[in-house]
Design a protein around this ligand. Structure first.
Ligand code: C2E
Ligand code: MG
Ligand code: MG
Length: 705
């Protein structure tokens, strides 16, 4: 029909039409972004604009006259498309616009959105025009989006953190598989419905959940919020949550997204650390730190409220060292555990029981009405400790000393309370142990002075404010110098010279004796080496040093002494170790071996202050003894006191009987010297010959040999 009307157009109109067609043609030819192609009824190209050239690669000349199916239709589409086009051109149904992948000149697939129109040309033939919009950019963008989606999905699914989204009503929108496993669910769906249920408790502490919501509402986020939650099976885990609100461009809340981490292990580790910090590992009782903390609280509270009686009970087992030394540490530890249990059962549930280390326990009593309750509990504890202990190795009984500090407003710090109980405990020990002693204020000044001395001694050692003096040891027959005893001196800035008899026991109690003694040993050995190099006649001289019984606990004592000898290039027999007799009383069988090891190095062993201790003869026989030193007490007045003469004489004979030689200490007069010489005493030291002197004066003695 159109053809007929078209035919009826007059020449002029036809000319106008052609002109208009040419104008549109040019227009489409030159529009840069719209690829347009025209095909005749045989599907041959009759129109190919520059944009088509850019899209498909063929220029207009090459394309013109080619069939569409030979040019841009891929093999698998050829037949259906040819069919569709032919149908349409023949008057059949129109081809709807479609997304297709067509071929370019290089044989690559080009995604296009193709729209078509069939028009009748001036000759009345139907032609098809196509506009193919280039979809390459869009496809690329889509692909990139798909890739990144896949990437994020994979992160979401594989990350070792629980990820989730929650809507503003607290309903889960999505959760990742890790979260599902973490919370012990079979699937994300079950988790989401289960946890959304209002009856379902998730947070162990509902208040914690309220806090989380409050924070979220206030700031729109929570960071590393830690709480304990229930898993599906009811077990509990600790989690750390981070959540933030996600809003649209208008600021309207869309949902919350968050991540959740399992921190149970960290929590357990922290709890363990907290536990360790306030517990004694051996007995699982509390430790000193915990009691100190509790005391500080009591003291604070006491400042504002004067009611409530409290007390600190310090217990020290008597002679526990002997048990440890004779039965070994394993049994010692076992006994400590049993005693800990006994103490616990002698106490009320609210009483705090702690072990301070070693054989010391402490009890903190609170909420007492009457002072006598303190003593009732204290006595109960002492009795519990005293009950016989039956072990595979035998039955034992343990005695203890107890010092009590009763709460008063005079205390300002936990340390002061501990010190009070400590002082009372020492008093209890001094009184023979076995019963509790209450700290009284007048005990204080002495104890405080002791404490200060300890601090100052530490400083003196660090600042090398200590000095060694040397007292000559003389051969009584020839009156010649045989060696020296090194004696420690402390020149205190305020108090002047302080006797080692005063500060050595403190050093022994505090462990300061170790660095102190090693300083003495090194100094004395170096001094002897120095004299040996300086004076040829000093070669045979010996150096006596005093060994504290505490040092016998040092496992590397022998090794260190050996090293010291090597360092100072000294023969072993140039050094002699003096151990006070009284100390042998407490030395265990196993420790005796140390003396044999020292003997191997050639070192001499002297029993110091002999006659003041309680050595049994059998004990003396066990020792590789070189020298017995008769204590000054028997030399003093020797010239007048016949009883002392008898004792001195028998000591000398005893020593000789043991194969040891004798040094008499504290010879102050010539007649003392004469008597000792008569008794066959080989050596002596004392003011008669020389006081202990500084190194320079001692050197004068060597020169005079
Ligand atoms: P000690 O080992 O029995 O030393 C002998 C003590 O008697 C020394 O006292 C000495 O000065 C004193 N003395 C010597 N001759 C006479 C005398 O004729 N008359 C009188 N009245 N006293 C005399 P010092 O130096 O005060 O030492 C006392 C104790 O301190 C020593 O007794 C020893 O047990 C201990 N000591 C000294 N230096 C050390 C050391 O470096 N380490 C250890 N662990 N203990 C030491
Ligand atoms: Mg001595
Ligand atoms: Mg002595």
């Amino acid at each position: 029909m159109q053809t007929n009307s078209f035919l009826r157009l007059d020449i002029r109109t036809q000319a106008i039409l052609r002109e208009s067609e040419a104008r549109f043609r040019r227009l489409f030819e030159e529009i840069p972004n719209i690829p347009m192609q025209g095909y005749d009824r045989d599907r041959r190209v009759i129109f190919w604009n520059q944009a088509s050239e850019r899209l498909y690669g063929y220029d207009e000349k090459t394309a013109m006259g080619q069939r569409i199916e030979d040019l841009i239709i891929p093999g698998e589409l050829r037949e259906p498309i040819v069919q569709l086009i032919d149908n349409w051109i023949a008057g059949g149904p129109a081809i709807p616009p479609a997304e297709l992948e067509l071929l370019n000149q290089a044989g690559e697939r080009v995604p296009v959105f193709s729209s078509h129109v069939v028009l009748e040309n001036t000759q009345g033939y139907r032609e098809m025009y196509c506009v193919d919009l280039d979809l390459r950019d869009r496809k690329q963008a889509e692909q990139a989006i798909r890739a990144s989606e896949a990437k994020y999905r994979s992160i979401f699914e594989n990350i070792t953190q629980g990820l989730f989204q929650i809507d503003s009503n607290g309903r889960y929108i999505s959760v990742n598989p890790f979260l599902v496993t973490l919370l012990g669910y079979d699937s994300a769906e079950v988790l989401m419905t289960h946890l959304t249920h209002p009856e379902q408790p998730f947070y162990v502490d509902p208040n914690r959940y309220c806090e989380l919501l409050q924070q979220l509402n206030k700031t729109g986020e929570v960071r590393n919020f830690e709480s304990q939650v229930y898993r599906r099976d009811g077990s509990k885990i600790w989690i750390s949550e981070t959540q933030n609100a996600v809003r649209d461009s208008q600021g309207i809340l869309l949902y919350y997204e968050g991540r959740l981490e399992d921190i149970t292990l960290r929590h357990q580790a922290e709890a363990q650390l907290r536990y360790d910090a306030i517990h004694d590992p051996l007995t699982s009782l509390y430790n000193r730190a915990y009691v100190a903390e509790q005391l500080e609280q009591i003291l604070q509270w006491q400042g504002s409220n004067r009611q409530g009686l409290w007390a600190l009970l310090l217990i020290d087992l008597d002679r526990f060292k002997v048990i440890n030394d004779s039965l070994g540490y394993v049994v010692g530890d076992e006994i400590l555990k049993i005693l800990a249990q006994r103490l616990r059962s002698a106490l009320r549930s609210q009483d705090v029981l702690a072990r301070l280390g070693g054989d010391e326990f402490v009890i903190l009593l609170q909420d007492l009405a009457l002072p006598r309750e303190i003593f009732a509990i204290a006595t109960r504890c002492m009795e519990a400790l005293r009950l016989p202990l039956t072990l595979p190795s035998g039955t034992f009984s343990v005695e203890a000393s107890m010092g009590i500090a009763q709460g008063t407003l005079a205390y300002h710090s936990a340390d002061e309370v501990f010190r009070g109980a400590d002082i009372a405990m020492y008093r209890a020990k001094a009184e023979g142990g076995g019963h509790p002693v209450l700290f009284e204020q007048e005990m204080h000044p002495r104890a405080l002075a002791r404490w200060e001395l300890e601090q100052e001694l530490k400083q003196a050692l660090a600042q090398e404010a200590l000095q060694l003096f040397y007292q000559p040891i003389i051969d009584l027959q020839t009156e010649k110098l045989t060696g020296f005893e090194a004696l420690l001196r402390w020149n205190h800035p305020e108090r002047g010279w302080i006797s080692p008899a005063e500060f050595v026991p403190i050093a022994e109690e505090t462990g300061l004796i170790h660095p102190l003694s090693w300083w003495v040993f090194r100094k004395a050995a170096q001094q002897l080496q120095c004299w040996q190099m300086q004076f040829p006649q000093a070669k045979h001289l010996t150096m006596n040093v005093n060994l504290s019984v505490v040092q016998l606990k040092q496992t590397d004592l022998v090794e260190r002494l050996q090293r010291l000898l090597q360092e100072c290039d000294l023969q072993g027999d140039r050094l002699k170790l003096e151990v006070t007799e009284a100390n042998f009383f407490t030395v265990s069988e196993s420790t005796l071996q140390i003396f044999y090891d020292l003997k191997q190095l050639g070192m001499g062993l002297c029993i110091d202050d002999f006659g003041t201790g309680y050595s049994s003869l059998s004990r003396l026989h066990q020792l590789p003894l070189d020298v017995l030193k008769i204590d000054r007490a028997f030399v003093d007045d020797l010239d007048f006191d016949l009883r002392k003469q008898a004792i001195a004489h028998s000591i000398i004979m005893l020593a000789h009987g043991l194969g040891a030689s004798v040094v008499a200490e504290g010879i102050e007069t010539e007649s003392q010297l004469q008597i000792l010489r008569q008794f066959g005493c080989e050596f002596g030291q004392g003011y008669w010959f020389s006081r202990p002197v500084a190194a320079e004066q001692a050197a004068a003695w060597i020169e005079a040999i």
